[in-house]
Design a protein around this ligand. Sequence first.
Ligand code: FES
Length: 99
Amino acid sequence: MDSGRQILVCQYTNCLRNGSASVLAAFQSWATPGTMVIGCGCQGQCNMGATVRVLPDDTWYCRVKAQDVQTIVTQHLQHGHPVTPLLHPRFHPPDSEAV
Ligand code: FES
């Protein structure tokens, strides 16, 4: 049921400044079966980087650091529970259950 997921990790200027290259490397080192890790262009959330987007769930994470990756992988990718403190509030308002 987790097959075909894609992890988009922004590799554009502002996110790179916030460490998105090491976030991408961390996702690659935590390879999860059925999940493709992709370095992508700007996702339009430049002041909230590093921006990480999980498809097809369309879950958005913001201000992701390399040390957050293990939590996202185990909690979300392996067990299906998005990591609430890292959710992007613009797409996942705190009072919303729709994650
Ligand atoms: S630079 Fe990463 S979202 Fe724009």
